[in-house]
Design a protein around this ligand. Structure first.
Ligand code: NAD
Length: 469
């Protein structure tokens, strides 16, 4: 992708300043303009009113709106501005990778075509199972994929005939507000109504809780860590929980080791390891471990071996066992600099051989630090990979050419995404078949969410008619 950064910084600062101004309740944004409200209750009311008429809109009209949303998000200047803002505001991630993720969400999130009816016909007539809107959905979005989650949830939820209130992560509030604004602009220009997608200027845990409790919200969808997933599951409403992962990459002795080394580094460093699907630790069969490490180093891995430096790194990124937000989503270069090691941009991941219970293997770090744990054989490897995944049911990766080993791992690990012989991002449609999503619902079982996830199945029964068998 040809990136033109000229002038983007200026525009980003201007938009951020405009949103700052609105946050203080002042101009230029009027309350409710382009879906941005000062108050959560008002945002919910507006989305509630909007849904009443939107549920009657034709599928052609929904499609038109969704096409306009995609087109707006794919405008070069918007993509660049949003992705630059996301990096600047959150202090996390890699601008070029954010462009790819953003483009992926805008192009490969399914629309209304995802809503396929089921039918039963026979002597007693015709029974249709159709997918109806839930109503107003309250969606919590993370700091790690701010624009992507709003695009992806926005398209899927509107395709299902719902309206949506977003409660974005406070540390990505400006980026999230900008995306909501641009989506509303696109909807209005396409002849659509106001307030199909709304949010608040100043999202907080309190405003999210107001949303969870509102009787006007009929479904909640949380994309984030364990805290927020637990909160929505306790709400008493229909809730979709897309929670944390700690994806292991297991490599056995039958794998194509050159390819595995490259794939693991490519997947691990994507957006500085922010994606919940990204490789977070490697489990490798002893027989091929040295050659795998050799191939990882050939593809941009820096191996840290000095015990003192490893200790320093631990204290830097996870002091007292709590993840340092200063290093989440930062590059390998910045992380190594923190312990006094200068490297150039060709270094993409820090690899470290550890024991199986080292904090680097056990914790979801969301930074390009990859623990590598040796095991004697694939059986021990599967046991360990399953335990490091912590029952999140999120993502696992395996490199192997032995179908029995792959099958055994798939059965044991029970993850929502299982990528065989590729980088983790193949699991969300980058170099792997299938649509994309940025809300992977492992805990509640909807899997890779799409428009149909955000609908209710309803049965319509016509007695004694329309069967032509
Ligand atoms: P986070 O859990 O800190 O925040 C997510 C959202 O939840 C934010 O909007 C935050 O304000 C809100 N929130 C947090 N605790 C809350 C509470 N108790 N009540 C109400 N709202 C609350 O997550 P993050 O750091 O932005 O994102 C990273 C985490 O999200 C990682 O664990 C990652 O694996 C996970 N994630 C999962 C998916 C998925 O599809 N399964 C996608 C992206 C991120």
């Amino acid at each position: 992708m040809n990136i033109d950064t000229t002038g983007i910084e200026y525009i980003v600062k201007k938009v951020m300043a405009e949103i700052d101004c609105a946050e203080e309740g002042g101009k230029p944004l009027k309350d409710g303009e382009l879906g941005i409200f000062n108050d959560m209750e008002n945002a919910i009311d507006a989305a509630f009113i909007a849904q009443k008429s939107f549920m009657r809109a034709s599928m052609a009209f929904r499609s038109k709106i969704i096409a306009a949303m995609r087109a707006e998000m794919l405008k070069k200047e918007n993509m660049e501005m949003i992705c630059q803002m996301a990096v600047e505001e959150t202090g996390m991630g890699n601008y070029e990778h954010k462009l790819l993720k953003h483009e992926l969400a805008a192009t490969k999130t399914p629309g209304v075509e995802d809503l396929v009816a089921d039918a039963f016909t026979g002597d007693d007539g015709l029974t249709l199972i159709e997918q109806s809107p839930f109503g107003v959905i309250g969606a919590v979005s993370p700091s790690t994929n701010p624009s992507e989650t709003i695009i992806c949830n926005g398209i899927g939820m509107l395709a299902g005939g719902n309206t949506v209130v977003f409660a974005p992560h406070p540390s990505a509030k400006k980026t999230s507000a900008l995306v909501v604004k641009l989506l509303n602009k696109a909807i209005l220009e396409a002849g659509g109504p106001e307030n199909l997608i709304v949010t608040t200027v100043k999202p907080t845990i309190d405003s999210a809780n107001t949303m969870f409790a509102s009787p006007k919200i009929t479904m909640l969808c949380a994309t984030g860590g364990p805290g927020v997933v637990k909160s929505v599951l306790q709400s008493g409403k229909k809730a979709i929980g897309a929670g944390a992962g700690n994806p292991p990459a297991l490599v056995d002795e039958t794998a194509d080791i050159e390819k595995a080394g490259k794939d693991i580094i490519d997947g691990c460093c994507f957006d500085n390891n922010l994606p919940c699907i990204a490789e977070k630790e490697v489990v490798v069969v002893e027989q091929v471990a040295d050659y795998l490490i050799f191939n990882m180093k050939k593809n941009g891995a820096y191996e840290l071996k000095d015990a003192q430096k490893i200790k320093e790194l631990e204290e830097l990124v996870i002091p007292g066992g709590r993840l340092s937000r200063d290093y989440v989503g930062r590059s390998a270069k910045v992380i190594l600099k923190g312990i006094g090691i200068e490297v150039d941009d060709s270094v993409r991941v820090v690899i470290i051989e550890t024991s199986k219970d080292h904090i680097f293997a056990v914790e979801e770090l969301m930074m390009p630090i990859l623990a590598i744990v040796r095991v004697k054989d694939v059986a021990e490897g599967i046991d360990l990979a399953v335990s490091l995944e912590h029952g999140n049911r999120h993502t696992a990766i395996m490199h192997s050419t032995n179908i029995n080993n792959l099958t055994e791992m798939a059965k044991r690990v029970q993850t929502t995404i299982f990528v065989k012989n590729g980088p983790s991002y193949a699991g969300i449609g980058v170099g792997g078949e299938g649509y994309t999503t940025f809300t992977i619902a492992g805990p509640t079982g909807e899997g890779l969410t799409s428009a149909k996830t955000f609908t209710r199945k309803r049965r319509c029964v016509l007695v004694g008619g329309f069967t032509i068998k």
